[in-house]
Design a protein around this ligand. Structure first.
Ligand code: ZN
Length: 282
């Protein structure tokens, strides 16, 4: 992805170093407030992979301050691209796009949806319309899940912004309403559809990265698809526990996540992202 020197979003808040690591170990999600919160993956990849790689020392966090902070520049450029593209797509629908904000954190963060540790991975909170990410997740994605590359990293942000789009379109509210009247199993099925739609929206975004921005490099789409493959519920569960429990899936299988990202990329048409009614692969 050609990102260096391009426009950076002003909607990124850097709260790194603020958490002090108090909840860094085994934290998971702490103090969750009723409202839904949308993660990038269904189960905590670091918990999964810590089991697999228990003897591996925790990676040193990169120094992340100052002008050398490439990760922050990258995130700001990707977020800026989502702003431009979703503003256009919302305009085409006769609506106005309200940009989300993005918080960079280390170890631990407070959101309107509750407090979370970086062990949960990146997430979106509809309550404050914010994407949250600890950039150390990118190390896990690359080194432990085998999904490296800048466009794999961009896909993570685009997926979370996809949840923001769902929030603006009223889909998150419908999910919250459904949650109170559905069994856990039925809600999980709905959650998969929501997550696959976020992957579809990420694919739509990638479509316009190519057709509108012309910033894709050869191999970028493969990087995103490889990441989608790496984080399927079936794959993560198999790694974690050796078998899969489809009733507990919340994000979809590797095949489903790749399918919907690719469909978004190929069509560039947000009207084709009705994962809730499509029978294929659901
Ligand atoms: Zn998600």
């Amino acid at each position: 992805m050609q990102w260096f020197g391009r426009r950076e979003s002003d909607n990124v808040d850097d709260e790194r170093g603020g958490g002090g690591g108090r909840f860094a170990i085994g934290g998971g999600l702490l103090g969750l407030i009723g409202a839904a919160i949308y993660f990038f993956t269904g189960i905590n990849p670091s918990a999964v992979l810590n089991q697999v790689t228990t003897n591996q020392p925790r990676q040193e966090q990169q120094a992340n301050n100052g002008p050398e902070d490439e990760g922050k520049h990258f995130v700001r450029v990707v977020l800026a691209d989502t702003e431009d593209i979703w503003t256009k797509l919302f305009n085409d629908m006769g609506r106005s796009y309200q940009k989300p904000r993005l918080t960079l954190f280390t170890d631990y963060v407070q959101s309107a949806c509750g407090n979370a540790s970086s062990a949960t991975g990146p997430f979106y909170c509809p309550g404050d319309s914010r994407v949250y990410i600890d950039l150390s997740f990118y190390d896990e994605l690359k080194n432990r899940l085998g999904a490296g590359g800048d466009f794999a990293q961009a896909y993570v942000i685009a997926h979370e912004v996809g949840h923001h789009v769902q929030n603006l379109l009223g889909i998150s509210q419908k999910m919250d309403d459904a949650r109170s009247r559905l069994s856990e199993r039925a809600y999980n099925k709905l959650s998969v559809k929501l997550e696959l739609q976020a992957d579809f929206y990420a694919g739509v975004w990638a479509h316009y990265e190519q057709s509108m921005k012309n910033v894709l490099d050869k191999g970028d789409i493969e990087e995103a698809l490889n990441a989608a493959n790496a984080i399927g519920d079936d794959r993560l569960q198999k790694q974690a526990q050796g078998h899969v429990e489809p009733d507990s899936f919340t994000h979809g299988t590797s095949a489903q996540r790749m399918y919907w990202f690719k469909k978004g990329f190929e069509t560039g048409d947000i009207n084709q992202g009705d994962t809730f009614s499509n029978g294929d692969l659901n």
